[in-house]
Design a protein around this ligand. Sequence first.
Ligand code: UDX
Ligand code: ADP
Length: 459
Amino acid sequence: MTFRKNILCIGAGYVGGPTMAMIAYKCPQYKVTVVDIDAERIKQWNSDDLPIYEPGLDEIVKKIRGRNLFFSDDIEKAIREAEIIFVSVNTPVKNYGVGLGMAADLQYWEKTARQIRDVSDSHKIIVEKSTFPVKTAQAMERILTSNSSHVQFDILSNPEFLAEGTAIKDLEYPDRVLIGSRMTESGLKARDELVEIYANWVPMERIVTSNIWSSELSKLVSNAFLAQRITSINSFTAFCEKSGADITEVARAVGMDSRLGPKFLNASIGFGGSCFKKDILNLVYLCRYYGLVEIADYWESVVRINDYQMRRFVLTMLGAMFNTLAGKRLCLFGFAFKANTGDTRESPAIYISRRLIEEKVELVITDPKALANAMNDLKGLEGKISYIEDPYEASANCDAIAVVTEWELYSNLDFKKIYKNMVKPAFIFDGRNILDHEKLFEIGFNVFPIGKPALTHFE
Ligand code: UDX
Ligand code: ADP
């Protein structure tokens, strides 16, 4: 079969995999290839057991794999054949040198840019899909044009706004698709080619174009706003716990203001995930670089309050359980950074687990999808933690349960049965407010929600 175009994605991760699956699914006329330097990951994408868990992804991949969706580790061949190349490699926070812990580590991205330059022998459109610092496209242009051949490249920025756990829905019905380009003749032509791909399923009024720097910055600003919103609601939880107000009632009242809206106001133990903290710190680093100290401090405080919220959760447990956790058995319900994903990157559960181990807790962790990642995140603490998939078994003989991830299955458990098998007095710390607190209290638990007064059987 001949295809109208060859699309390539470099980086078969949480963004590249699902995004390319959706493009291939909606555009049978294009051949879509996804490559990765990690050959093992590619093997998994070609197997029955995909490397990431995302509701709805399996069905789509299995339907179209081998039709117009291909996973390969032959990166050079794929680059040569492609007309459009999405770059979706990881850009973690730097853990060395200048910008340590703040700036984006661009080494993977730069290797990719050089490889594209060295291998290409025909015109290509390069699409930045990963979240990059503003002006990365310019650096990419400079690398790509720094060779002796006359191959021409057009760079576009097309940030991904999907959220994990709802990636397939987000990709199928996006709020918007943003495409940034140079305003030159060839830049605009490249932009139109990308618009044409998305127009196969996204209504034209949702495809937004802009200059390339606005597009790069919009992604960082969106994530900063979203994270700030969670931090804003979380910042009132301690106040509620002290004053007798209920954060859920407050959020409902606030969210009914049509200027604010009801979404993303769920109080929690803090946000996690690979994007929010990284993108804000990256923004803070860029602000400092440009000498915008006040702006940097403002955004950095979002991350500081988020850290405080995680710390506070552990201190609440310590305070509630008579100021000592040593030797007590405590079960974490959930480890993923949110429900419906096995991803644990920057999950508050990592910090909470480490702190609890410092307090000499015997820790049990249960999660339907994230136990393998949890074991990896907590390497070095073997022997101090048990990993048990069944929540009934996991919570047996425990003094306390802490809900860390809002998996729906936790709200449907038989808590009478759980209570019976726990050490008394039994405690529940609901870090996500997903349980029926009154009912738990009636069963006999001492209940500590987030942002609501505790329900205890003590004087
Ligand atoms: C985020 C952005 O939503 C997405 O647009 C961007 O492309 C990538 O970063 P993601 O990190 O996958 O997506 O998940 P998201 O749903 O935004 O949740 C992030 C964190 O915030 C999770 O830990 C979640 O539990 C927490 N959260 C979210 C809350 O604590 N309360 C809320 O009301 C919403
Ligand atoms: P994201 O959440 O942004 O998708 P992931 O870490 O899930 O991030 O995925 C990024 C992928 O990019 C990883 O599978 C990694 O192996 C891959 N990768 C990194 N550098 C390169 C490279 N130079 N060439 C090909 N793939 C790469």
